[in-house]
Ligand binder design. Structure first.
Ligand SMILES: C[S@@+](CC[C@H](N)C(=O)[O-])C[C@H]1O[C@@H](n2cnc3c(N)ncnc32)[C@H](O)[C@@H]1O
Length: 223
């Protein structure tokens, strides 16, 4: 049986039993393979923009003697238009790339019931994008691997637009999660370094004030 890394396990944990998933940027197809093995899904689309990763995906599924996977060479969701699926997983890419993929295929807002998104970087950009575009972040979790903390977002399209504060965009909404305080402290330390790097720069006075204001918002943040 496949064992997932904590990051991929946290992604898989958001998948609802019986859903039909499209895993975008699937690479080795570990998520579809794990979900099939666990009997959580029967059907998946494993999609990647490059042939090499798609071959890796085919090998994993063959090696695990699984069936029910359609392999698609696809830039984002583009090759999926007209296919039947209800859940999109985009994991292991930058937040800006995930936002680009969602913007590139506006039809997905009506068709897809559930988006599970795991940005490696720029989670704050992705959260702000989602909320201004009418996606609702229903739930979040964290996963820790080595010294890195990753956010995993469970998202639905509602059409209701919302503006996030800088603290909301940076910290997200998993305030009850055991790793949340670690995330808060990491952001405070990062911003304190930014503040220190602006010291003695006369022209950076307003920037320094902004950074201090954000640190205070993060310290007081309750979601
Ligand atoms: C770092 S791997 C992530 C693999 C796996 N999803 C994970 O989270 O571990 C990123 C994968 O996304 C693919 N990729 C990058 N841009 C893409 C796009 N626009 N559409 C589909 N796949 C893409 C890459 O080819 C690569 O296989």
């Amino acid at each position: 049986m496949l064992a997932l890394t904590p990051r991929l396990q946290a992604v898989a944990d958001f998948v609802q039993k019986g859903s039909v998933i499209a895993d975008i940027g699937t690479d080795h197809a570990y998520i579809p393979a794990y979900l099939l093995q666990q009997g959580l899904i029967e059907k998946a689309f494993a999609c990647d923009i490059r042939e090499g990763p798609l071959r890796n995906a085919q090998q994993t599924i063959a090696h695990c003697q699984l069936s029910g996977v359609t392999f698609l060479l696809s830039d984002g969701l583009t090759a999926l238009e007209g296919e039947t699926f209800d859940t999109v997983i985009i994991a292991g890419m930058g937040g800006e790339m995930i936002a680009h993929i969602l913007l590139q295929s506006p039809w997905c807002r009506q068709q897809v019931q559930h988006f599970i998104l795991q940005p490696m970087t720029k989670a704050e950009t992705l959260r702000s994008f989602l909320c201004t575009e009418g996606f609702a972040i229903e739930k979040e979790s964290f996963a820790a691997e080595k010294d890195k903390l990753y956010s995993i977002l469970s998202v639905r399209y509602t059409g209701q637009k919302r503006l996030l504060s800088a603290a909301q965009a940076l910290l997200g909404f998993a305030v009850e999660h055991p790793l949340f305080e670690q995330k808060r402290q990491k952001e405070i330390q990062r911003l304190q370094k930014v503040h220190a790097s602006l010291a003695n720069k006369e022209e950076a006075l307003s920037e320094r004030r902004e950074v201090l204001k954000l640190i205070k918002e993060i310290q007081d943040y309750r979601c």
